[in-house]
Design a binder for this molecule. Structure first.
Ligand code: BES
Ligand code: MN
Ligand code: ZN
Length: 491
């Protein structure tokens, strides 16, 4: 999607004007009402359109203007300043209303709005326009979106363009993640995932890809055990962005990259398995985040580590009851091979804290179905040993709309993952399943300030109500953690 900041809409473009609740027109809406000799106000007054959040109303072929359509979009109740998320939602809703109109451009009139707000509109339209149609070869052209260009109309085009720069990098990151998560597992297996990360070196990232032999040498036996039933080799990706002082400790992000989770010998039933190509959503978010940070040249040091495996059953697969030695030296009884994400992360977290001594570490993982039971489909769970970090993530959530909720990590629940056979077991009963998974991870962070985000509820959406997040892969985590880095660790 092309995004331009220009002085006037091209003739072919749908013109978008914002309207507040109770049919209160913005300056741009008023200007178009005058041009149409009151037709816009009459249209707005004629039906149910009131300017409520997300409502749209199209006035097609209006007299008095050259453009094919004027599209009014609601902002909700008028506030002193329009909040970024309100503006994003309205801009996204307008994009969707015009997407399949047959017109090829959409132009947002922003009179009275700041350059930052103009940039925000371009960002929202781009996020809303994401579509994964690489494998749709027979879709009729008239079923595809027609909008190819987004114009943001502003007198402050240079300032808006400048403000859009970093937002565009974040959108690149979100798209990178959405592409990775959307790809089927026959295409995107660990080596291919690693290859796509390696391609990000063009942004100035340093990318290392560890092979199975290298991981074996480091003692990452739990990660390797998850992958040993697959014909695809496992990988560990280490991405570095050095935008800060040479010697400054980095912040670290660690992702679960299970490219397909069949459950292993603890095989999932078909209904639960069909979604499991997106079990690499945490790793995908880490890759997209690094893409965003490098793209906007973040002024801090960041490392991203992604544990990449495919969890499959075969004659070489790990068995329920196996005992495996982790890189940390702690032993794990693997009672359920479907609780594999924590096994991958155990070694990835231990490696990350040991090698990089990060200021803090955040992991992202589609870790437990129980997280969906606990929080529903719209929140990720935060589990953390550090209140400051957890609060900072909650603040970044409020700013970006990527919703999170803090969950407890009670010490005494550690008894639920005790076993007489080894230091820890990888499952417990269904009660508090997300908590016991997080407690398992805590054994591998070694006092580093750390937060675990269980993104099982939010990595993929089937009924999105958020215009900037179309159905399918959401890219959850990229905006959230980009914001965390920007607000807490830069400047
Ligand atoms: N990848 C799944 C968790 C998951 C389930 C993510 C549904 C997204 C949607 C994870 O590896 C898993 O299988 N977890 C098990 C844990 C259990 C065996 C202790 C689960 O949630 O059932
Ligand atoms: Mn699993
Ligand atoms: Zn999994």
């Amino acid at each position: 999607m092309k995004v331009e900041f220009v002085k006037a809409a091209s003739e072919a473009a749908i013109v978008v004007v914002f309207v507040h609740e109770d049919r209160v027109m913005t300056p741009a809406a008023k200007a178009y009402d005058r041009k149409t000799k009151g037709a816009l106000a009459r249209a707005i007054g004629a039906g149910r359109f009131t300017g409520a959040k997300g409502q749209t109303l199209a006035l097609t072929a209006p007299a008095g203007v050259d453009n094919p359509q004027i599209l009014a979009v609601g902002l909700g109740a008028k506030e002193k300043t329009i909040a970024d998320l309100v503006l994003e939602a309205a801009a996204g809703a307008a994009y969707h209303a015009g997407a399949k109109s047959g017109f090829t451009a959409i132009a947002y009139e922003t009179e009275g709005l700041s350059a930052d707000q103009a940039a925000r509109i371009g960002f929202a339209a781009r996020l809303a326009s994401y579509r994964f149609d690489r494998y749709r070869t027979t879709e009729k052209p008239e079923a595809k979106p027609s909008i190819a260009t987004v114009q943001v109309i502003t007198d402050a085009a240079p300032a808006a363009r400048k403000a859009y720069g970093p937002l565009s990098a974040v959108a690149d990151g979100v798209e990178f993640t959405r592409d990775l998560v959307s790809e089927p597992a026959n295409v995107l297996y660990p080596e291919e995932f690693a290859k796509r990360c390696k391609a990000l070196e063009k942004l100035g990232l340093q990318v290392e890809v560890l092979t199975e032999a290298q991981m074996a040498k480091l003692g990452m036996r739990t990660l390797l055990a998850v992958g040993q039933g697959s014909s695809k080799e496992s990988r560990l990706v280490v991405m570095k962005w050095m935008g800060g002082a040479k010697t400054a400790a980095p912040v670290a992000f660690v992702g679960k990259g299970v490219c397909f989770d069949s459950g292993g010998l603890s095989l999932k039933p078909p209904g639960a398995m069909e979604d499991m190509k997106w079990d690499m959503g945490g790793g995908g978010a880490v890759a997209g985040l690094m893409c965003a940070l490098a793209g906007r040249k973040a002024k801090t040091n960041v490392v991203g580590v992604i544990g990449l495996v495919e969890n499959m059953p075969d004659g070489n697969a790990q068995r329920p009851g196996d005992v495996v030695v982790t890189m940390s030296g702690q032993t794990v009884e693997v009672l359920n091979t479907d609780a594999e994400g924590r096994l991958v992360l155990a070694d990835a977290l231990w490696y990350t804290q040991g090698r990089f001594k990060p200021r803090f570490m955040v992991d992202l993982a589609t870790l437990t179905g129980a997280m969906i039971v606990a929080l529903g489909n719209d929140f990720a769970g935060i589990f953390s040993n550090n209140d400051e970090l957890s609060d900072a993530i909650l603040a970044a959530s409020a700013a970006t709309g990527e919703r999170t909720w803090r969950m407890p990590l009670p010490d005494d629940y550690d008894r639920l993952i005790e076993t007489p056979i080894a230091d820890v077991k990888n499952t417990s009963g269904p009660a508090g399943g997300s908590i016991t998974a997080a407690l398992f991870l805590r054994k591998f962070v070694n006092n580093t300030p750390w937060a675990h985000l269980d993104i099982a509820p939010v990595a993929w959406k089937k009924d999105s109500k958020v215009p900037t997040v179309p159905d399918g892969a959401t890219g959850f985590g990229v905006r959230l953690l980009d914001r965390l880095v920007a607000d807490k660790f830069e400047g």
